[in-house]
Design a binder for this molecule. Structure first.
Ligand SMILES: [Zn+2]
Length: 244
């Protein structure tokens, strides 16, 4: 049978208006994996402030130059600068049906800016109003996060990530399944660094969680559940949000 002749099914998810989506989750909560799944499912871009910063710096834009100078002197890029770069990026045509924000907003000031930006620019307007922001938090219990993070091993040759403490473990402990290289623990995944990352995350994110919970924008999903279940819950949250 000629498999080429099978018609591609009509993929509705790639045509619907998604709107802005924010994913919150501690390191190890599976944010990266779910962001990729949502991005693929709807055909919308994943907007990372890290990527935007690097892009502005490499293109030598005015914003990039300012950010570079600040960061070289050991400062974070200030809210105003980050917000301007995000605004430039969100105005690109690939963001017209929606996008997933990764690493933004990071502060309540940035959250407020985003609310104003979406309102002022009448983003994602439909006949029923504008599609509001959907904020999804992947919730994973602290000890589970710790187990996931401390089990992570990376292949220095092909970059694949394995995990001694989950179903993603390598066939032979400490050895890459693909190329047989000895797996290593990245600096980010060492115990002391992990504790610090989790603490920082909590301090930084708690105010955002409160901000969105008060505005009834927050959907919590059990990040320890099966991947498919988490994605299905995320799609539900994204598609069933009422316009405002
Ligand atoms: Zn490898």
């Amino acid at each position: 049978m000629d498999t080429q002749a099978i018609p591609v099914p009509f993929v509705k998810s790639k045509q619907i208006l998604v709107g802005p989506v924010i994913l919150l989750g501690a390191p190890g909560a599976g944010k990266g994996t779910q962001a990729k799944r949502i991005s693929d499912h709807y055909g919308i871009p994943q907007i990372s402030t890290g990527d935007i910063l690097r892009d502005n710096i490499s293109r030598g834009t005015q914003l990039g130059k300012e950010a570079k100078e600040l960061m070289e002197n050991g400062h974070f890029a200030p809210d105003q600068l980050v917000c301007q770069m995000v605004a430039d990026r969100l105005a690109q045509p690939d963001c017209a049906r929606g996008y997933i924000l990764d690493g933004f907003p990071r502060t309540v000031v940035q959250s407020e800016w985003l609310d104003d930006y979406l309102a002022e620019n009448h983003c994602f307007r439909t006949e029923h109003g504008c599609k509001p922001l959907v904020v999804i938090q992947l919730v994973v219990e602290y000890n589970k996060l710790l187990r996931r993070l401390t089990g992570r091993r990376t292949c220095p040759t092909c970059g694949r990530i394995f995990n001694n403490n989950t179903s993603q473990r390598s066939l032979v402990e400490g050895v890459c399944d693909v190329d047989g290289s000895a797996l290593v623990t990245r600096k980010d995944d060492r115990d002391d660094v992990i504790m610090e990352r989790l603490k920082n995350y909590e301090n930084q994110t708690l105010p955002l969680v409160k901000y969105y919970a008060q505005r009834h924008r927050l959907t919590d999903i059990d990040g320890a559940a099966e991947l498919e279940f988490i994605s299905a819950e995320a799609f539900k949250a994204i598609e069933h949000v009422d316009s405002v």
